[in-house]
Write a protein that binds this ligand. Structure first.
Ligand SMILES: *Cc1c(COP(=O)(O)O)cnc(C)c1O
Length: 418
C-alpha cells in the first residue's frame, strides 16, 4: 500500500492512515496522500495495459491495505460514447459521454461506496449510514449487504421512488424525511455521535472520493493519456469533480500525463445553484441554497462540505460554474434519447444543457473535445409522460382504453380505428 497519511484539505494538517476518520479538526474533508514517487515505479502505462479493466486496476492509487480484498459487485470500466447526432446537430465533432449508469446499482455512487465499504470492513465497522437523494443510498445498501454490514439511509421525501424501494430491497433501514439532504445529513451525524453507526456522508468520510476519482484515471487511459479540453460535471456535493482533479494531479506526479488539464465545468440546476452563485460572486465558500428544487435530484444539494474545493478546481482549470433551467434539462434528456439512443439521467441532461449554454456563451468551442458525465441510468428516474407515442393493440378483443392513450390499433395494422 502506498498511502502515507491523510491531510486536511483546508489547513494541510496531517492525520495518520490506518485509523477511522471523518472530518478534520477544522471541520473540512480529509484527503488521502500517497508516496507518489514509489507509485511511479509500479504503475506504468505498460503495467496498466496488462491488467483487467475496472476500478481495482488502479490499486496503487487506492487506499486498500495490501492483501485486503475489496468489497466488489463488478465495478466495470464505463464506456466513453460519442453523441454523434447530438454533436452534429450543434456543428460539434467531439462530444463524448462517460456513461456511469452501467455501474452496480445503476450509478457512479457505486465507485465511492465500493471503496468506502471496503475500508469500513477493514476497520471492523458493522453499521453504516448516510443521507441521500437516492443513488448513494442504493449503493450503500448494496455494498453493505455484500459486506454483511447493517445500513441506514435517510432521504428527502422527493427522492425517486425506485431508489427508495431498491435501497429497502437490499435490507437497509430507510427513513424518508421532511427536509433537504443536508438536513438528513444532520440526523445521520447525530446518530453517528450517539454511536449508532459510522457516518458515510460524502467527503465527511475520506474514501468515497478515492473511489470516485477513478473516473478521472479511467478517462485519461481511455483517451490515450491525453485529457479532453473540457469536462462537464453534474455538481451536487462535487465529490467526483474534486476527485478527478486530484486524480489528474496524481497522474502527473507519477509521470503518466503532463501538466495539461481540462477546463472543469460544474453544472447545477437553476433551482439549486449554490456553487454557481459563489463562483459568480468570486467567493471561496458557498452559502446554503434555500428552497432547493429540481428534478435532477442527484444535484439537489443546498450545502456542500467541499464547496471550496469545487470552486478551487473550477477556477484553477479555467472552467466555469453554470446553472441550467428545468426545461433545458428535460429537453436535453429527450433529445439525446431520440437522436443517439442513450437515456441520460436528469443530472446528465443538465450537463448536456450546460454544454449547450457554454457553446452559446463561447466558453467552449465546437471543435473541442468535450466529455460529459452521465452519472446514473436514466431509467432509475420517473420518465416524462409520452402517452402520445403509446397506442393500444387489440389482440383478444378486450376493451382496453386507459385514459390518455390514442385509439385502438388492430394487431398487424397501423391505421387507428375511430
Ligand atoms: C450524486 C449524483 C451526482 C452528484 O455527484 P457529486 O460528485 O456528489 O457532485 C450527479 N449525478 C447523479 C446521478 C448522482 O447520483
Amino acid at each position: 500500500m502506498f498511502v502515507t497519511h491523510l491531510e486536511c484539505s483546508l489547513t494541510g494538517e496531517r492525520y495518520p492512515a490506518g485509523q477511522v476518520h471523518n472530518l478534520s479538526r477544522a471541520g473540512k474533508p480529509l484527503l488521502v496522500r500517497y508516496d507518489l514517487a514509489a507509485v511511479r515505479g509500479a504503475m506504468t502505462r505498460e503495467a496498466l495495459a496488462e491488467r483487467a479493466p475496472g476500478m481495482w486496476k488502479w490499486r496503487e492509487l487506492l487506499p486498500l491495505p495490501d492483501g485486503a480484498e475489496p468489497v466488489s459487485l463488478g465495478e466495470i470500466e464505463t464506456p466513453l460514447l460519442p453523441l454523434i447526432e447530438t454533436a452534429a446537430f450543434h456543428g460539434a465533432s467531439q462530444l463524448l459521454v462517460k456513461d456511469e449508469g452501467r455501474l452496480p446499482t445503476g450509478s457512479f455512487k457505486a465507485r465511492g461506496l465500493a471503496m468506502a465499504i471496503s475500508m469500513a470492513r477493514q476497520f471492523g465497522i458493522d453499521r453504516v449510514a448516510l443521507p441521500t437523494n437516492g443513488n448513494a443510498g442504493a449503493a450503500l445498501a448494496a455494498y453493505a449487504a455484500a459486506a454483511g454490514m447493517g445500513a441506514t439511509v435517510i432521504c428527502p421525501a422527493e427522492t425517486p421512488a425506485i431508489n427508495v424501494t431498491e435501497t429497502a430491497a437490499y435490507g437497509a433501514d430507510v427513513y424518508v424525511a421532511d427536509g433537504q439532504i443536508d438536513e438528513c445529513g444532520r440526523l445521520v451525524g447525530e446518530g453517528a455521535t450517539a454511536g449508532r453507526w459510522f457516518d458515510c456522508s460524502t467527503l465527511k468520510e475520506p474514501y468515497r472520493i478515492e473511489g470516485k476519482k477513478v473516473m478521472g484515471l479511467e478517462l485519461a487511459e481511455q483517451l490515450g493519456w491525453r485529457l479532453p479540453d473540457a469536462i462537464f460535471y453534474p455538481t451536487g456535493g462535487g465529490t467526483g469533480l474534486i476527485g478527478m482533479w486530484k486524480a489528474f494531479a496524481e497522474l502527473e506526479a507519477i509521470g503518466l500525463i503532463g501538466p495539461e488539464r481540462p477546463r472543469m465545468f460544474a453544472v447545477q440546476a437553476e433551482g439549486c445553484a449554490p456553487i454557481v452563485r459563489a463562483w459568480e460572486k468570486g467567493d471561496e465558500f458557498a452559502e446554503r441554497w434555500e428552497g432547493a428544487a429540481t428534478a435532477a435530484t442527484g444535484i439537489r444539494v443546498p450545502k456542500a462540505v467541499g464547496d471550496f474545493l469545487i470552486l478551487r478546481a473550477v477556477r484553477e482549470s479555467g472552467g466555469a460554474a453554470i446553472a441550467v433551467e428545468e426545461g433545458a434539462i428535460a429537453a436535453a434528456v429527450q433529445d439525446v434519447a431520440e437522436m443517439d439512443g442513450l437515456l441520460l439521467c436528469p443530472e446528465g441532461g443538465a450537463v448536456l444543457a450546460g454544454w449547450r449554454a457554454a457553446l452559446e456563451r463561447e466558453l467552449v468551442g465546437r471543435d473541442e473535445r468535450v466529455v460529459l458525465f452521465n452519472c446514473a441510468a436514466g431509467n432509475k428516474y420517473p420518465l416524462p409522460d409520452r402517452a402520445e407515442r403509446i397506442r393500444l393493440a387489440e389482440v383478444n378483443g378486450a376493451e382496453l382504453r386507459p385514459r390518455g392513450l390514442s385509439p385502438i390499433v388492430r394487431a398487424g395494422t397501423s391505421a387507428p380505428r375511430r
